[in-house]
Design a binder for this molecule. Structure first.
Ligand SMILES: Nc1ncnc2c1ncn2[C@@H]1O[C@H](COP(=O)(O)OP(=O)(O)OP(=O)(O)O)[C@@H](O)[C@H]1O
Length: 279
């Protein structure tokens, strides 16, 4: 049986000054080693949920358990060791003057001994492909590189789960691709459990499973393939199906034998080239 690393049961949350609940009776589990994407339109409750998983909000009703710890005030620091966060703005995440100092910061705070620290900094930067930038100033890096350093800083602390809260939304397409590929490698090679909170369905298409939130409620969940079949329903929720998915469908409807339904334009273009070449 798959091992649960997060369990959310009947969770509701209300901000003190608001009449409506930001989360309403939300229940789901997260399994070890999976990549779960949580998508939803503005105001659907994504940030509220992310803050809750980081111990900044507690449920008004229901229970949350993360890495075996119940989400209550006494456990917050233990939970933050289990679950690391990468935030939206790459420029707000740096504390060190060089890339390696920055990645070392969390380890220093945890009292990791110097030689072990150097090893862990290097290993983490290696995992995100950033060792060539060890002595660079973080502010001189591209957006995608900054987010990869931020990810290195998080994985250096060896969490079981990494939560990316709109971590690619301020990046250009190249930077986004760079970060998504890094996350996929960490997920596949290191067995890291990933939760990515995003409004970008193309990013969500890379996940193993997608949860759709709407008006604070869990609307549906399933594989990206299943979610994209909802097509018009997603549009009604303010979520657009990625262009490559729509195009794949139209081409298949028109009789073209694509190898599969594509989620991103690059794969679709490759497939179309192959079809053309084989004629
Ligand atoms: N600090 C706050 N105080 C009061 N209400 C809030 C606060 N933060 C969010 N809300 C309300 O809670 C609901 C859910 O908001 P939340 O920010 O979690 O959604 P979201 O899906 O992350 O939206 P976005 O994509 O715009 O960030 C909204 O109705 C919002 O107005």
């Amino acid at each position: 049986m798959k091992e649960k690393v997060i369990s959310i049961k009947g969770v509701s949350f209300q901000y003190p000054d608001q009449e409506a609940f930001a989360l309403r009776n939300v229940s789901f589990d997260v399994y070890k080693g999976e990549w779960l994407a949580i998508v939803g339109h503005n105001g659907s409750g994504k940030s509220t949920l992310a803050k809750m998983l980081n111990g900044l909000h507690y449920p008004s009703e229901g229970t949350v358990s993360i890495g075996g710890y119940a989400l209550i005030e006494e456990n917050v620091w233990l939970i933050r060791e289990k679950l690391g966060m990468v935030f939206q703005n790459p420029d707000n995440q740096f504390v060190g003057t060089t890339v390696q100092d920055d990645v070392a910061f969390g380890l220093e705070n945890n009292g990791v001994e110097h030689s072990a620290m150097q090893e862990r900094v290097f290993a983490s930067l290696e995992k995100v492909g950033m060792t060539a930038f060890l002595n660079q100033e973080p502010h001189h890096l591209s957006g995608g590189q900054k987010q990869r350093v931020a990810i290195a800083g998080v994985i250096a602390l060896r969490p079981d789960i990494v939560l990316l809260d709109e971590a690619t939304s301020m990046l250009d397409p190249l930077g986004r691709e760079e970060v998504i590929n890094t996350v996929r490698e960490l997920n596949e090679n290191e067995g890291l459990t990933v939760i990515s909170i995003t409004h970008d369905l193309e990013e969500a298409s890379r996940a193993d499973r997608v949860i759709v939130l709407n008006e604070g409620m869990l609307y549906t969940e399933g594989t990206p393939e299943r979610i994209f079949q909802l097509d018009r329903e997603l549009l009604n929720l303010g979520l657009g199906v990625p262009f490559a998915v729509q195009m794949s469908q139209l081409l298949t409807d028109a009789g073209l034998q694509l190898s599969r339904r594509h989620f991103n334009e690059e794969e679709l273009v490759k497939d179309l080239w192959t079809l053309n070449f084989e004629k």
